[in-house]
Design a protein around this ligand. Structure first.
Ligand code: ATP
Ligand code: MG
Length: 373
């Protein structure tokens, strides 16, 4: 897949500009704070209609302005259609998000996501590995929402029902009022957990392989760990286990005034091989090792998109090699080059950092938000 055109209007510091990108991609070099990450953020916004950096929508509007607008044209050889046009706007004063896909406005944001397929590699990715379990759950949730039918719906139901159950627990509601939520909570929980566990099982070998290929020696594994012990990942079994876990924790939940079991507490464990004995990457890994794990997660994200959506995702590379030694950097570049991705849109503060595709990409610059060839 590739992004052929991008029109920007008052998104962060990017001003008003219209860009056409070559099919193989571009490398954009610019000093710090010129708008490199902002540009990739604008492009990825067309996939998830949120900031990949976790910023609030109002912070994406240029300072002192009310509305931003992004319009992108994506082309993909194998979807039978030439081009898809995606527009997105946000108005601070009304807090309204507007999206159109090929000119028509989808009824739900869910229906609009995923028309653009991209993977962002950013320096902040190390946070997925470093931070607490919620960062890794967010990684799983975004990935599965985009690549598993029905996942986002289940997640939304789960979050809604969990909030209701917790509100009941906090307001000293009686047992019946709390238990009233258990069935729908267990049902959505089981869908989320099954999808996560299935995906982890499917991709763990590749995670291992990529980690090893980049690091050149010791390897690492990922596994899905839930407080609810599940031996058989059959959806009905998982549902039954979730329901009984909720029942088992009633008295504790009432005492603590929140729900103490469920996928909102599960963990995507990333550990050095040799299992628990060698420990979690986030606890004992070096900076480069943690970054290597983050890169491996992004690579399997790319594979997942290819397999589930049938397109080669656009590679959005935001100065992603910081902290890597030369040999690791070269091995990552090799992995990225192997037809895994479609177009490459990369940014870096230094020209020497844009050696991808044998350094054949066109080089552009960016200054004070404006991209120039
Ligand atoms: P670095 O190499 O340091 O990562 P960068 O080129 O990636 O730099 P960006 O993160 O894209 O830089 O930010 C560029 C500038 O945009 C920053 O100076 C930032 O303050 C500014 N900026 C952020 N949000 C807005 C906004 N809503 N309106 C205008 N400018 C903004
Ligand atoms: Mg940046």
């Amino acid at each position: 897949m590739h992004l052929s055109g991008l029109k920007l209007r008052l998104f962060r510091n990017l001003g008003v500009q219209e860009l056409s990108f070559p099919e193989e991609g571009i490398a954009i070099v610019g000093a710090n704070a010129q708008g490199k990450s902002n540009l990739l953020e604008a492009i990825y916004y067309l996939e998830i209609f949120k900031s990949f950096r976790g910023s609030k929508l109002q912070n994406l509007v240029a300072f002192g302005e009310d509305v931003f607008r992004i319009e992108g044209t994506v082309e993909s050889r194998n979807n039978g259609k030439l081009a898809t046009q995606i527009t997105a706007a946000y108005e601070t004063s009304t807090r309204r998000r507007r999206i159109t896909i090929d000119g028509s406005e989808p009824t739900r944001v869910i229906d609009a996501i995923g028309h653009l397929a991209a993977v962002v590699f950013s320096p902040a990715d190390v946070g997925i590995v470093d931070a607490g379990p919620s960062a890794r759950r967010r990684y799983l949730d975004v990935l599965l929402s985009l690549n598993r039918e029905g996942y986002l719906e289940s997640l939304q139901i789960y979050k809604h029902v969990l909030a209701q159950r917790n509100a009941a627990l906090r307001s000293n509601a009686d047992m019946i009022a709390v238990r009233a939520w258990d069935d729908s909570l267990a049902l959505s929980a089981s869908k989320i957990m099954t999808a996560r566990a299935e995906w982890v099982a499917e991709r763990s070998e590749d995670f291992h392989k990529y980690y090893e290929l980049i690091s050149g020696k010791i390897s690492a594994s990922m596994s899905y760990v839930s407080k609810i012990s599940i031996e058989d990942w059959n959806p009905e079994q998982v549902y039954a286990k979730c329901l009984s876990a909720l029942e088992d924790s009633w008295s504790r939940d009432i005492f603590r005034r929140n729900t103490s079991q469920g996928p909102h507490l599960d963990e995507l464990l990333l550990a050095f091989d040799g299992g628990q004995a060698l420990g979690e990457i986030r606890e004992i890994g070096s900076g480069g090792q943690r970054r290597t794990a983050a890169l491996a997660l992004r690579l399997i994200e790319g594979d997942t998109i290819q397999d589930s959506r049938g397109v080669q995702p656009i590679l959005l590379l935001d100065d992603a090699f910081v902290e890597l030694d030369d040999s690791r950097r070269e091995r990552v570049l090799l992995l990225m080059d192997q037809d895994r991705f479609g177009q490459v849109i990369m940014t870096a503060p230094k020209e020497s950092d844009v050696q991808i595709h044998g350094n054949k990409l066109c080089k552009w610059g960016i200054k004070e938000g404006i991209v120039y060839a």
